[in-house]
Design a protein around this ligand. Structure first.
Ligand code: FE2
Length: 285
């Protein structure tokens, strides 16, 4: 059976892609952020995932304001990279696995999540930048992209995204192949790109979210979407992707790594690694 080994969550700011292209890893502005991935690289080398299930938000590439699914799941053999004009290099396609995707889709619909299923799906910087941060130069995993609407209101609640993740987690663990699966949440943390609060960052709220998401993710569901916009900025709502990632960790969860650095391009940049130990293994220990 497939096993969930853990989760990684990270910021996906487009300018990170430009910094990678320009190899600015040791530049004083970027070093505190890139250094946060040293541990991630060690963790991935040790854990060797076969699959990465991505919770992210599409930035107008597949879905625009005229048609915007709340949740959409990819079921393609590969996912080609496009972006919306930030000048970052177009990355290689990411490999998919329709059989695994359809297993998740069937399980989600059976679990009463009315998702949009996408046999053709483009990915943007919200997937390619985290892939390149985790595996510079080559991506040795197959992916399932799961897009969450963080763009046009009404957005799904924190509770709904946590439940989505839990449903995905149960689906992963019911897949009959012996695969090692990691889950990824991208975006955030606090930032606002437009309006009178452009540049808004809330370190105190970010730290609270980073603390609670490890052991007490349900306590974060008391924040409404409007609370989240007020506390973390209009684009800080990308934290919904982190909630879904955390929901998919079905076992005993511990924080293996955490990095927080402000600002990167007007955004609070954060990276976490969470280990997931199966409940059965914990009880047997
Ligand atoms: Fe974003």
């Amino acid at each position: 059976m497939a096993k969930i080994i853990g989760g990684v969550a990270t910021t996906h700011v487009p300018s990170i892609g430009k910094a990678i292209a320009d190899k600015r890893y040791d530049h004083p502005y970027w070093k505190p952020f890139f250094q946060g991935f040293d541990y991630v690289h060690q963790w991935l080398a040790r854990e060797k995932p076969d699959f990465a299930v991505f919770f992210y938000n599409d930035h107008g590439l597949n879905f625009f304001l005229d048609k915007l699914p709340t949740f959409a799941v990819g079921a393609a053999k590969e996912y080609r990279n496009e972006d919306e004009g930030w000048g970052i290099p177009v990355a290689r396609p990411a490999a998919g696995d329709p059989d695994f995707s359809w297993h998740l889709i069937n399980a989600l619909v059976a679990d009463e999540f009315d998702i949009t299923m996408c046999q053709d799906m483009l990915i943007d910087h919200a997937v390619t930048i985290p892939l390149e941060l985790m595996w510079p130069g080559a991506w040795p995993v197959r992916i399932v992209p799961i897009s969450i609407n963080t763009v046009q209101h009404p957005l799904p609640s924190m509770a709904r995204c946590l439940k989505l993740g839990r449903s995905v987690g149960r689906a992963i663990e019911s897949y009959p192949q012996d695969l090692r699966v990691m889950v990824v949440g991208t975006g955030g943390l606090s930032h606002q790109l437009d309006g009178t609060r452009a540049g808004f960052i809330n370190k105190e709220f970010d730290q609270l979210c980073l603390d609670k998401i490890v052991d007490e993710p349900d306590t974060l569901t008391r924040y409404s979407i409007h609370d989240l916009v007020a506390l973390s900025g209009a684009q800080g709502v990308e934290f919904l992707n982190w909630m879904a990632m955390r929901g998919a960790l079905t076992g005993q969860v511990t924080q293996a790594h955490r990095n927080y650095h402000i600002p990167i391009s007007n955004t609070a940049a954060a990276t976490i690694v969470l280990d997931n130990r199966a409940e059965s293994a914990r009880k047997a220990a």
